[in-house]
Design a binder for this molecule. Structure first.
Ligand code: ADP
Ligand code: MG
Length: 265
C-alpha cells in the first residue's frame, strides 16, 4: 500500500530523512516510534505531500506521491489525523465529520455546505464507529479533548481512505483517554481494512496497538519489526544518546514516556 525507497529530505542544511526504505502492506497498523525531532512528522507529511522530499521514490495506493501533479487523489486516499484534533470548534460534530467528504463533493455544494443524504448517512456511520452518534448535533467545542480526537477519527474515516496517517494523535491526552482513542482508531481501521501509519513517542502504546513498529532516530530507520520482538537494545537505538539527555528531554517534555527513560538509562 505504501512503498518508500531511499527517501531523503533536508530543511536547509539539516538532514531530516536520510534514506528511508519502508513498505507498509494493506491493512497493517504500523507505529512509527522515535524521540522528538527524529523526523516522524516529516515522514508522514512526505507521504501525503504536505512536505516535498528531496530524493527517493514513494508510492501510496498506486499513486506516485513524489511526482504526481495533482495531489487531490493522493490526499483523498491518505487521510490525516493530527495531534491537535484540528476540528472546527464552532461547527457541529456532524458537520466536522462531513468535511471529510469535501474532497468527494462539488465545489458549489461544498460552498453551500450541501451534503447528499448518503454522505450524511456515511458520516453518521463513522460517528457510530467512535460511539459519538448521539453527539452529532452538538457543537464540537462542547466536547472533551478525547471526544474531539474521536471526531477527527470519524472525519478521516468519512473520507473513505485507503490509508490513515496519524501524527501523534494522542499526545495531548491523559493515558486512559489516549488508550481509548487508539482503540477506536485500531478497531475501526481493522474492520474497514484501512492501512495506518501512526506516529507515537510512547513505547507502551506502540507495543499495545501496533502490528509492527518502525523506529526512527535522527532521520534513519533503526528498527523495523514486530511488536513483540522489540528489545531494550532496539529501544536504545530508537532513543539514542546518553541517559542524561533523555532525562533532560523528559523534564521538558511531559509526554516522554517512562519506558523511554528506562531505555536510555
Ligand atoms: N518546516 C520545517 N522547517 C525547518 N525545519 C523543520 C521543519 N519541520 C521540521 N523541521 C526539523 O526537522 C527535524 C525533524 O522534525 P519532525 O519531523 O517534526 O520530527 P518529529 O515529528 O519526530 O518530532 C527537526 O530537527 C525539526 O526541527
Ligand atoms: Mg512530530
Amino acid at each position: 500500500m505504501i512503498n518508500i525507497r531511499q527517501l531523503t529530505k533536508h530543511y536547509g542544511a539539516n538532514p531530516v530523512l536520510r534514506g528511508i526504505d519502508l513498505d507498509v502492506a494493506a491493512g497493517e497498523f504500523v507505529v512509527v516510534l522515535g524521540q522528538s525531532g527524529a523526523g516522524k512528522s516529516t515522514l508522514l507529511r512526505c507521504i501525503n505531500r504536505l512536505a516535498e522530499a528531496d530524493s527517493g521514490t514513494l508510492t501510496v495506493a498506486g499513486i506516485d506521491a513524489r511526482t504526481c501533479q495533482d495531489t487531490r487523489p493522493l490526499r483523498r486516499q491518505a487521510a490525516m489525523i493530527f495531534q491537535h484534533h484540528n476540528v472546527v470548534p464552532r461547527l457541529s460534530v456532524l458537520k466536522n465529520v462531513l468535511t471529510g467528504r469535501l474532497g468527494a463533493v462539488s465545489t458549489l455544494s461544498s460552498i453551500l455546505q450541501l451534503f447528499r443524504r448518503d454522505d450524511v448517512a456515511l458520516a453518521m456511520q463513522c460517528l457510530e464507529r467512535v460511539e459519538l452518534a448521539h453527539k452529532a448535533h452538538e457543537r464540537t467545542d462542547a466536547l472533551s479533548g478525547g471526544q474531539m480526537q474521536r471526531v477527527g477519527i470519524a472525519r478521516a474515516l468519512a473520507q473513505r481512505p485507503k490509508v490513515i496517517l496519524a501524527d501523534e494523535p494522542v499526545a495531548s491526552l491523559d493515558p486512559k483517554t489516549a488508550r481509548l482513542v487508539l482503540q477506536y482508531l485500531r478497531d475501526a481501521t481493522r474492520e474497514l481494512g484501512i492501512t495506518v501509519v501512526c506516529n507515537l513517542h510512547q513505547v507502551d502504546y506502540a507495543r499495545e496497538f501496533g502490528d509492527r513498529i518502525v523506529g526512527l532516530a535522527h532521520g534513519r530507520l533503526v528498527y523495523d519489526g514486530d511488536t513483540a520482538g522489540m528489545t531494550e537494545t532496539d529501544l536504545q537505538r530508537i532513543y539514542p544518546g546518553p541517559a542524561t539527555d533523555v532525562q533532560d528531554a523528559a523534564q521538558t517534555d511531559p509526554h516522554t514516556h517512562s519506558t523511554a527513560l528506562r531505555a536510555g538509562a
